[in-house]
Ligand binder design. Structure first.
Ligand SMILES: [Zn+2]
Length: 584
């Protein structure tokens, strides 16, 4: 349990005009802007300045820079290591559990920025960080957004009085950018993540949406998506511990209130796909938490509950550290050796858990704006009742892993991202014809502009076995790695956050050569004369498709696509699945 009064004590000593203890003489003012005014969050500059002073004062704290973010400033990582060792590999060898904490990804939701500052300072002061734990804290992740400060873009949120903006320097929502990694912020994050290989990841947020009594709500890694034994530990063991502990700290929390209608009708576990922070860390068997404080609660309470949750996790990891290490070791080994991977998920509506929930009654009254009925939550009608909780997802698509994938070097944006993520690759040393499974892209949906892309979904494929030429320097990715989930969920085009879904392969969707109908007419007619089966196919399509029957061009195009002229690379996904090891 933490000593809660420490931050107040420090504030007092920092403000005192005379002080005789040697410690405070040497100690700079380490109070935080939030402590000086509870409706304030530190600016980016104040946060960095604070950690610089903290690192200067305490040898167990170091401030490290990783790359540059989109605004041109480096991404900082603050490492708290009680034995003054700041080498991630060395710390892992010493059986330390590493907890990575991310703050300010959405700078209008800055509770974690301030809570982390006080947390690290107080652990430095009281020396009570459990000895099996190393904390690695990103003070502010979306630096461009944090610097773009304002007082209004979080509509109806209760403080702080000013804060940063959600979009980063390229107007990206960084919490959709973890796989595609368009931002330099995400690229620097992959460096931090793979160097530190955290056991636990916490990404601090604030939620909007429904109204209810809780200050803290929680998205944990969707447990069915984690490797099975690790997911079972998270759902059956760790989460109940954290819910009980937060209640004991007087910050009772509830699962993130993600509801189809109002919470009294039930809530749904959030499916954290790999584009999101905790979905990304799930690919590498890190247990992730997204604390979402409720925006209608006062900022100081949100900061305090965020701090309480981080302390709660730290206490749980102190106790379960060895168990978590062993589960993660086994999970990595299982991911390396398993043959089937679930790549798409759907809500399991048949498995309904009941959840005790403290809400406010949802009611309707006439709107002063439209005159129509509007929703409101009646604070004079609080309730505590059991509500349905849909906490399980089931696989809707599984893939057998191949022996290896081959990625032609032309797709260098894909290859560099695989490298950033620790995927081991070798390169062909000579040009070679290789036989394997090749996908042809069929139907898919495309959504409107989304995070700098036009995301594809519901991708249909046809798989054919064929030989194709590959060239010296093309990349071979064997599917026998602890990064298998990352490999498969990015390279399989049907996965929701695959490279294909995020437009990295869109050039294959465009046909490069066409035909002139007035000349091709004669060749098409001859093809039909020589090929009765093709003629029958054409007639059948004319009979079943009125629009087709009325379009001369569509019918010529139908025949063109079956002619020798039609380019074989159109819609052909260039990454081969090699099944037979002898092919390589
Ligand atoms: Zn957020």
């Amino acid at each position: 349990m933490r000593i809660v009064y420490l931050s107040l004590l420090l504030l007092f000593t920092a403000c005192a005009t005379t002080n005789t203890t040697t410690m405070t003489k040497a100690t700079p003012d380490l109070s935080t802007p939030h402590e000086r005014n509870p409706n304030t969050t530190a600016t980016y500059y104040e946060a960095v300045d604070f950690y610089e002073k903290l690192a200067d004062t305490y040898p167990q704290i170091r401030l490290v820079e990783y790359g540059k973010t989109d605004i041109g400033k480096p991404l900082h990582l603050v490492v708290f290591s009680a034995d003054n060792d700041f080498d991630a590999a060395s710390l892992r060898n010493k059986n330390k559990r590493i907890i990575l904490i991310n703050n300010g990804i959405h700078p209008g939701e800055p509770c974690g920025v301030d809570a982390s500052m006080m947390l690290l300072r107080d652990y430095a002061l009281d020396g009570e960080l459990p000895e099996n734990i190393v904390l690695a804290v990103i003070p502010v992740y979306n630096i461009g957004g944090a610097i773009n400060r304002n007082a209004h873009t979080r509509a109806n949120q209760d403080g702080p009085e000013s804060y940063g903006f959600r979009g980063n320097a390229r107007n990206l929502d960084l919490n959709r950018d973890f796989v595609k990694a368009d931002s330099r912020n995400a690229q620097a994050f992959t460096q931090i993540y793979h160097e530190w290989q955290p056991d636990i990841f916490i990404d601090n947020h604030t939620s909007n949406g429904a109204d209810y009594q809780y200050t803290m709500t929680m998205i944990a890694t969707q447990h069915n998506k984690l490797e099975s034994t690790l997911g079972k530990y998270l759902n059956d063991d760790l989460m109940p511990q954290l819910y009980a502990d937060m209640k004991a700290r007087n910050w009772e929390m509830t699962p993130y209130v993600y509801a189809r209608t109002t919470p009294d009708e039930g809530i749904i576990a959030f499916l954290d796909l790999p584009r999101y922070s905790s979905g990304y860390t799930t690919l590498f068997n890190t247990i992730g938490f997204i604390p979402e404080t409720h925006m209608l609660k006062p900022f100081a309470d949100r900061v305090a509950s965020t701090r309480a949750f981080m302390e709660s996790v730290i206490d749980a990891v102190e106790k379960d550290g060895d168990k978590i290490a062993e589960l993660r070791r086994r999970a990595n080994e299982n991911v390396r050796t398993q043959t089937t991977f679930d790549i798409n998920w759907e809500l399991d509506t048949e498995r309904v858990e009941m959840l005790n929930f403290k809400g406010y009654e949802a009611k309707q009254k006439p709107s002063d704006v439209s005159g129509l009925d509007r929703l409101y939550y009646d604070h004079d009608a609080p309730f505590e009742q059991e509500i349905p909780f849909l906490n399980n997802y089931k696989s809707s698509l599984s893939i057998e892993k191949p022996y290896a994938y081959i990625i032609p070097q032309a797709w260098h944006e894909v290859i560099e991202r695989m490298k950033w993520n620790g995927v081991e690759m070798t390169q062909l040393t000579a040009d070679k014809i290789i036989e394997g499974e090749v996908y042809f892209i069929g139907d898919f949906d495309t959504r409107d502009a989304y995070e700098g892309h036009y995301l594809h979904s519901n991708v249909q494929v046809e798989k054919r076995v064929m030989p194709l030429p590959y060239f010296a320097g093309d990349y071979i990715v064997k599917a026998d790695q602890i990064t298998n989930r990352y490999i498969i969920e990015t390279l399989e085009p049907q996965a929701p956050d695959s490279w294909f879904a995020w437009n990295f392969f869109d050039s294959i969707l465009m046909q490069k050569e066409h035909f002139s109908p007035y000349i091709f007419e004669d060749e098409a007619a001859e093809m039909l004369r020589n090929n009765p089966a093709l003629k029958a196919e054409l007639e059948e399509k004319k009979n079943s498709d009125k629009k087709f029957a009325e379009s001369a061009y569509a019918q010529l195009n139908f025949i063109y696509k079956k002619s020798k002229h039609y380019e074989p690379t159109h819609l052909r996904y260039p990454v081969m699945r090699v099944i037979n090891a002898n092919e390589l």
